[in-house]
Design a protein around this ligand. Structure first.
Ligand code: DGT
Length: 243
């Protein structure tokens, strides 16, 4: 349908329960159209992770509304809502088990071909294939210890194999070198052509070719537009570029 993968925030404010002081998200409104790639940038503590966790209802808004596919997230069956959305969190959550078990987690019926395809896009296939036991390599205790960047790439493969309508990458390439990150983004354009992508990042290079970029500071949207527009008009964006 036309609204598949559409996300709307309407005057959203959010405070963590029991927290004092200013809300973490303040009066945030935004529409992300189906298939768009939207970058979200801002310094540490700006509220980026908090913002995206409201979409799959890991937390509920304090006021305002979020709609996915034109339906208020509060009216969605939570399980159905979460099936549409894949979040790759900042801290990856791989478990002790084989590589293939880790990638298949959340999509138990995935075929080997689907797993290998997702892993290729995530730039994980080559290093996995180089292990003597390939995808059957055990991770964690008694197995192989992956580097931080390799773990992030396996986590991305896990999200991709689910073929979500909405893909949220929460600063999950921070340990991946810039050249590899750029290859992942190129492959994603084809693999996830019709997928709505939210890309959270701290470095401009990670978001600069997104369709739209949101600049967040202290829970508020202080800039919105393309890279070129923000370079001209948004002081916070310029500061992030120079930092
Ligand atoms: P990052 O991950 O360092 O780049 O920062 P952001 O932009 O993702 O910020 P976020 O959403 O993690 O934090 C925004 C504010 O919310 C910050 O003051 C810390 C606070 N906060 C984050 N998680 C929690 C939580 O679970 N409970 C409470 N009470 N506060 C939280």
């Amino acid at each position: 349908s036309l609204s598949k993968g559409k996300i709307e925030f309407e005057n959203v404010s959010f405070s963590y329960k029991g927290a004092v002081g200013d809300p973490v998200i303040k009066n945030f409104s935004f529409t992300c159209l189906p298939g768009q790639t939207v970058g979200i940038i801002g310094s540490t503590g700006a509220g980026k992770s908090s913002l995206i966790q409201l979409i799959p209802r890991f937390y509920d808004v304090t006021s305002g509304a979020i709609r996915v596919n034109d339906i208020d997230v509060k009216d969605w069956d939570v399980k159905e809502l979460r099936e549409k959305i894949a979040v790759v969190p900042q801290k990856n959550i791989l478990f002790t088990g084989t590589v293939i078990e880790n990638i298949r987690w959340g999509k138990e019926d995935a075929t080997f071909e689907e797993i290998a395809d997702a892993s290729k896009v995530a730039e994980a296939h080559d290093f996995i294939s180089a292990f003597p036991e390939g995808y059957e390599t055990r991770l964690g205790q008694g197995g192989v210890n992956l580097s931080g960047g390799q773990k992030q790439r396996v986590s991305i493969a896990r999200a991709l194999v689910r073929k979500p309508e909405i893909l949220i990458l929460d600063d999950c390439t921070s340990a991946v070198d810039v050249a590899t990150e750029s290859r992942i983004k190129e492959s994603l354009k084809r693999y996830a052509e019709n997928t709505t992508c939210l890309l959270i990042a701290q470095r401009i290079s990670s978001v600069m070719d997104a369709d739209q970029i949101i600049v967040l500071e202290n829970g508020e949207m202080v800039g919105y537009g393309h890279h070129e527009e923000l370079l001209k008009s948004c002081k916070v964006y310029q500061e992030i570029l120079q930092s």
